[in-house]
Design a protein around this ligand. Structure first.
Ligand code: UT7
Length: 332
């Protein structure tokens, strides 16, 4: 009987390094409030956002990803030629095809397979799950996972429910082989019954059928998403700990998707996250950057010394779809 070669694979996978890129322009609440009849006080109270970063014309989905990717490679001591796959999570690459991942790989000096995934704010954690499985399954030794958004291209600054929330940036992680478990089992899923809660306001064909077509933009039923995120996602966090075989007491770091400071607090309360656990609160300075939010938040904690090498971190991301993904990782 003919036997085929196995694809091999490492026994476990881990994050080797994280890189980030934050656009240079800082936009305080005061700059946005007039167009949406709001106030700095309201925005801070309801969302925890003080300021965010908006990308300029030269800060593109591609360039921000390359900057974050390059830093992740440097911090992992990995050359571009060692990357076997590039996975880019984004909803704001403005070309239907080709995927932006191939251009990002090329700019980094890699000709590895490269593709985009669309899982909105949950995209980075989806990418991390795929990367971990690739490394353990043998289809790649090193995978670069990028979460990137230029949401200002698809946000209306006159939409009261979203203008003050969404922002721009990129985060990246290199995933590679490990002897110990560095990325725990993923808990992920979707709730398509709530497909309409966060979406583009119009389909391209409907836009083009109009006499004066306007760029479509994101719309969100904020309070319905808020309720879902605050309660359903705390359960997913607990399921993730159970599947990993740890409890909240074993955590050092908690990095929920940076959607709203009140959601972060509600999840921490519901999950009874102990006081010693450091909680990511990047949203105050960065706003909600969808697929980039988890790596940006973890990156800030590493840079500030709040998260240290070997720390146990629960990542949990959720958003449009509705979709979600969570896993426990060891901080690189
Ligand atoms: O990243 C993907 C996942 N996204 C999320 O998880 C986001 C979840 N949702 C949220 O973060 C919150 O729903 C928002 C921050 C978007 C809104 O906060 P909220 O507490 O849910 O506000 P609301 O929509 O229930 O509105 C409360 C009040 C209303 O006034 P009345 O009816 O109570 O008099 C609104 O008209 O606040 C008013 N309002 C505003 N006031 C000032 C709504 N938007 C604004 C605004 N400025 N921008």
């Amino acid at each position: 009987m003919t036997t085929l070669n196995s694809s091999g694979g490492a026994s476990e996978a881990r994050i080797l390094g994280i890189g980030t890129y934050r656009p240079t322009r800082v936009v305080p609440n005061d700059e946005l409030v007039e167009a949406i009849d709001s106030s700095d006080e309201w925005i801070q109270q309801r969302s925890g956002i003080k300021e965010r970063r908006f990308a300029g014309p030269d800060e593109t989905v591609q360039s921000m990803s390359v900057a974050a990717g390059r830093q992740a490679l440097e911090r992992s001591s990995i050359e571009a030629a060692q990357i076997d796959c590039v996975v880019v999570a984004t909803i704001s690459h403005m070309m239907q095809t080709p995927a932006i991942a191939t251009a990002i790989a090329h700019d980094l000096g890699s000709d590895a397979p490269a593709f985009d995934i669309s899982a909105a704010c949950a995209g980075f954690c989806h990418g991390l799950a795929l990367a971990s499985d690739m490394v353990r399954g043998g289809s790649a030794k090193h995978v670069l996972v990028v979460g990137v958004e230029k949401l200002t291209d698809i946000t209306s600054l006159t939409d009261r429910g979203t203008a003050f929330i969404f922002a721009d940036g990129a985060g990246a992680a290199v995933v590679g082989p490990s002897e110990d478990v560095g990325i725990g089992p993923v808990v992920w899923g979707s709730d398509g019954e709530q497909y309409d809660l966060i979406r583009m306001n119009e389909d391209w064909r409907d836009v083009l059928a109009q006499q004066t077509p306007e760029m479509p933009h994101l719309v969100m039923q904020g309070s319905a998403v808020f309720r879902w995120a605050s309660f359903a996602m705390a359960k997913i966090g607990q399921q993730t700990l159970d599947k990993t075989g740890i409890t909240v007491d074993d955590l050092d770091v908690f990095v929920p998707h940076q959607a709203n400071m009140r959601i972060i607090d509600a999840m921490a309360r519901t999950m009874k996250i102990p006081a010693h656990v450091k909680i990511a609160r990047d949203i105050a300075q960065q706003g909600n950057t969808s697929a980039a939010s988890v790596p940006l938040a973890l990156g800030r904690m590493i840079d500030d010394g709040e998260a240290r090498t070997g720390d146990v971190a629960l990542l949990i991301a959720f958003g449009a779809g509705l979709s979600y993904a969570a896993q426990v990782v060891k901080v690189p």
